[in-house]
Design a protein around this ligand. Structure first.
Ligand code: B1M
Length: 231
């Protein structure tokens, strides 16, 4: 996932058309066709990273724009999300397969009030593939669940996702509870989600803002290496 991608315009014409068709099919919520396109791209030897970026996330970006503009509504976006998830299931084994030793444990969830989980799931798959044990606490997760799960699994890392401007402040509630429990020093907090920024992450006292799944993997590895070196 961290390898360089060819710019879209430099891909063979046939492949550009395949990804554009996948984007259209995702927009229309045609899960079977998006799955078929994903399989076809894999058969052509394309990487999961490229398929995700151009075929799936590219399509979901257009859905997001039209949703924001009032052209698409919740039922249509749900269909698109379902199609995206179906294709992600095809890529899951490729993204999670790892021969690397276990690096550490991360508790990962979408915060209270928020049910968006596509980005979180993708981050989870990538972390798993990089060698992390991922304890996924799901969506709409309150602070107590995050804290209890961190304790239960003795996790070194906590990852939170938020896609709404109304739910992102809840990340600070979780970080504050972590401090109250005396866990803040030993648990590194990674946050991500489309409306977040570096400045917001810093403001709420998170350890890292992860713009995408690759950055999440990079940051998680960095913190584990620092911890091992300090031991
Ligand atoms: Co929602 N929604 N939605 N939605 N939705 C957004 C977020 C929105 C921007 C759309 C828009 O208006 N343009 C808007 C938010 C506006 C705002 O707050 N500023 C919005 C809204 C308003 C809503 C509702 C309120 C709509 C309503 O009911 N009126 C409602 C809220 C429900 C709730 O949560 N309480 C709602 C509902 C839904 C659906 C259920 C229909 C569906 C979600 C289905 C699902 O997830 N199972 C949905 C979807 C699909 C979207 C958009 C279109 C796509 C999100 C997505 O999956 N992107 C979204 C528009 C957009 O984001 N442009 C939108 C693809 C995914 C791979 O990217 O999640 O950003 P992303 O994840 C990335 C990075 O952000 C990062 O890495 C990921 C991979 O690279 N990352 C992390 C994410 N989490 C991380 C955690 C980490 C690290 C990195 O931890 C370590």
């Amino acid at each position: 996932m961290t390898q360089e991608l060819l710019p879209f315009e430099e891909l063979p014409k046939e492949l550009q058309e395949l990804y554009e068709d996948m984007q259209d099919d995702l927009y229309e919520g045609l899960a079977d066709r998006v799955v078929e396109g994903t399989r076809q791209a894999l058969e052509m030897g394309r990487s999961p990273h490229e398929i995700l970026t151009y075929g799936l996330i590219g399509g979901m970006d257009i859905v997001g724009e039209d949703f924001g503009a009032g052209i698409l509504f919740v039922p249509e976006v749900l269909m698109a999300a379902k199609a995206m998830k179906a294709a992600m299931e095809i890529l899951r084994p490729l993204l999670t397969q790892t021969g690397s030793p276990r690096l550490g444990t991360i508790v990962l969830g979408t915060v209270k009030g928020d049910i968006h989980d596509i980005g979180k799931n993708l981050v989870g798959m990538m972390l798993e593939g990089a060698g992390f044990d991922v304890i996924d606490v799901g969506v709409n997760t309150d602070a107590e669940t995050f804290i209890q799960t961190v304790k239960e699994h003795n996790a070194e890392l906590l990852g939170m996702s938020a896609l709404l401007t109304t739910t992102m402040p809840y990340m600070k509630v979780v970080i504050d509870r972590l401090a109250e429990e005396g866990l803040r020093d030993r648990v590194k907090v990674l946050v991500g989600g489309a409306p977040l920024s570096e400045a917001f992450a810093e403001d709420i006292g998170a350890d890292a803002y992860c713009e995408d799944a690759s950055v999440a993997v990079e940051m998680a590895k960095k913190f584990i290496t620092l911890k091992k070196n300090a031991a």
